[in-house]
Design a protein around this ligand. Structure first.
Ligand SMILES: [Zn+2]
Length: 186
């Protein structure tokens, strides 16, 4: 039990998706026991881009927790680890975010290079957190304690968004549901 528990944990997602396929075709293939049933082949269906990215993200995050001193187990993981993880990822970022003192602050298309740091773009972080949030629950984490769904993370992401929008002079399109406000002018 113990020896296999670590390997089963990593393949849970695959098994789950296989089960879904088997379950959905169970009634149809009941009569075709010997024939064209393809439910027990050894090739799992190819993962979608989203699914494979999610798996990569999850592995990266797991590795990050393991590399902490002392290592952090998934059950100990809280929103502070997630915040630190996002800051850690900034060093691999490719998005120029101008500092307040930079002459290009607020310019979407600067005419010359500057020494401002590269960061993870808000959109990448936002998508990453969404994938990790789903992966956390797929790996047995409870939605109530999901650190990726914590309000602290939402606040942090909003700050990153606002800060980057100002620094880069970019307005992220907001789907505003405009309610008709009637201002009686007369
Ligand atoms: Zn700059």
């Amino acid at each position: 039990m113990n020896s296999s528990s670590t390997t089963t944990a990593t393949t849970t997602a695959t098994i789950m998706s296989n089960n879904l396929i088997i379950n959905s075709s169970a009634s149809a293939s009941a009569s075709a026991a010997g024939g064209g049933s393809s439910s027990n082949n050894n090739h799992p269906p190819p993962l979608s881009r989203y699914e494979s990215q999610k798996r990569r993200d999850w592995n990266t995050f797991g590795q990050y927790l393991k590399n902490q001193r002392p290592p952090v187990s998934l059950s100990q993981c809280n929103c502070n680890h997630v915040l630190e993880f996002m800051r850690y990822l900034d060093q691999f970022g490719k998005t120029k975010v101008h500092m307040h003192g930079c002459v290009f602050f607020g310019q979407p298309d600067p005419p010359a290079p500057c020494t401002c740091p590269l960061r993870q773009a808000w959109g990448s972080l936002d998508a990453l957190i969404g994938r990790l949030r789903a992966a956390y629950e797929e790996h047995g984490g409870s939605p109530e304690t999901n650190p990726f769904g914590n309000g602290v993370i939402r606040v942090y992401l909003r700050e990153v968004k606002d800060c980057q929008a100002k620094a880069r002079g970019i307005l992220y399109k907001k789907k505003k549901k405009k309610k008709k406000i009637s201002h009686p002018n007369t």
